[in-house]
Design a protein around this ligand. Sequence first.
Ligand code: KIV
Ligand code: ZN
Length: 444
Amino acid sequence: MDRARITIFDTTLRDGEQSPGCSMNVQEKMRLAHQLDRLGVDVIEAGFPIASEGDFTAVQAISAAVRRPVIAGLARACAPDIDRAWQALKAAARPRIHVFLATSDIHLQYKLKISRQQCLEQARDAVRHAKSLCEDIEFSPEDATRTDPEFLYQLLEAVIEAGATTLNIPDTVGYCTPADFGQVIENIHQRVHGIEKAAISAHCHNDLGLAVANTLAAIKAGARQVECAINGIGERAGNAALEEIVVTLRVRPDQYPYETGVVSEQLFVTSQLLSETTGVSVQPNKAIIGRNAFAHAAGIHQDGMIKNPLTYEIMTPQSVGVPDSTLVLGKHSGRHALSLRFEQLGYQFDRRELDDIYRRFVVLADKIKNVTDQHLRELTREPREAARRIPPTHVETNSAATAAAATGGGHFSRPFVAENPGPTMSLTPMPEHHSEQEDYLWGV
Ligand code: KIV
Ligand code: ZN
C-alpha cells in the first residue's frame, strides 16, 4: 500500500534562527543548508530577506547552491518585502515565497491596527503580487489558532483564489492542545471552499511543550506539510522538533502510515552541526539526539541491554546516526556492565573476583560522580595483591579509599558526547552467560 508523503519544511534557518543565541552568518547558514539537503528535507526556509543584508545574501547564496529542495523566503504581506524575497530567491531551482499576515483580532487591533476587511484585502493583494513573480506561494495567517474561525475560512478562500498553493496554519503562541489543533485542521479541510487546490501545513510552537504532539495531530487531521526545526529551535520555547516528528512517523507506522524523504541516519550529525554552529547545546535528555537518549545508567536496564537491546530501546541508535548505545558506569550500574567495561579494558575476572571488585566499585561510585577508567584500574590492583593477605572486610574499606584517592584518568570512550560525558561505554555483547534468573539478579 502506498503511504501518503509528508512534506518536511525545515525552518531552522528562519524561525529557528530567531531563537535567542541562534543567529548565523552567511557561511554558517550555507553549511547548514547543505547538511539539510543531505538530510533530505523537502523545503528549506532559508531566511527573511528583507530583515537584513546578511539574511538576503544567505537566501541568495543558498538559492544558487542548493538545488534539490524547494528554497523558501519569508515576506510580510506587502510589496517591498515580497519583491526583496523574490530578488533573493529567483536563482533557486525551486523558489517559494512565503507570505504571512496576522489574522487574530488581538493582532489586528493592537499590532497592525487594521480591520478584518483590510486584513483580508491586504492578504489577497499580497498573494496576487507574489504569484505574479513566483509560481509556488505559501500563505500563513499568523496567530491562526486564535483567529475567529469564520473569518479564517473566508481569508483562506481569498488567498487560494489569489494563487496560494500551500496554506500554513501557525499555532503562533503555542496555545493549542493536540485535540484543539487537530480540530482546527479538520475544520479547515471541511469548511474552506477550494481547499483541494492547496496543501495544508502545520506550524506549531512549543510554549506548552506540545508542538510535536500538535503537529502529529495535524497530520492525522489531513495536514500534508509540517514546519519544524532541528533540535526544536525557534521563537521562545521553539518550534516542533524535526527529528521527533520524523522518527515518530518511522517508529509508529501503525499510528502514522506516512513517509518522508528524510534520511534518518543524518539526524544526529545535523543536530551536532547546528549546536556547534550556534554554540547552543541540546538538553541531555532531549529525545532522539540528546546525549542521554541512548545511554543507560540503571543496573537493571544495563543488564537488559546487554542481553537484548530491545528490552530498553525502541529504535537503534544507528538508525538516527548515533554511533552506539552507551552504558554509564555509576552507582546504579550492575556487575554485567562493570564486567563488560573491564573486558574492554583488557581484564578478565572469575565470578568471585568480580563480585569483590563490584562491592568496592559501588562504595566508590557512591562517593564520586565520575568513575573513570583509571579508578577501575586502581580497583583491579587491590584484590590481586591484597585479597590474599587481607580479610575481605578490610579489602573493601582500604581499596575503596585507594580508589577514591585516584584522580584524573579521563572518561570512558563515548563516541557521541558533546560535553560532560561522565563514565560511559559502548555496548557490545557479553561473552559469558549463566542461568536466566541467576544472571538477572547477578547482573544488577
Ligand atoms: O509562528 C508563526 O506564526 C510564524 C509565521 C511567520 C509562519 O513563524
Ligand atoms: Zn513561527
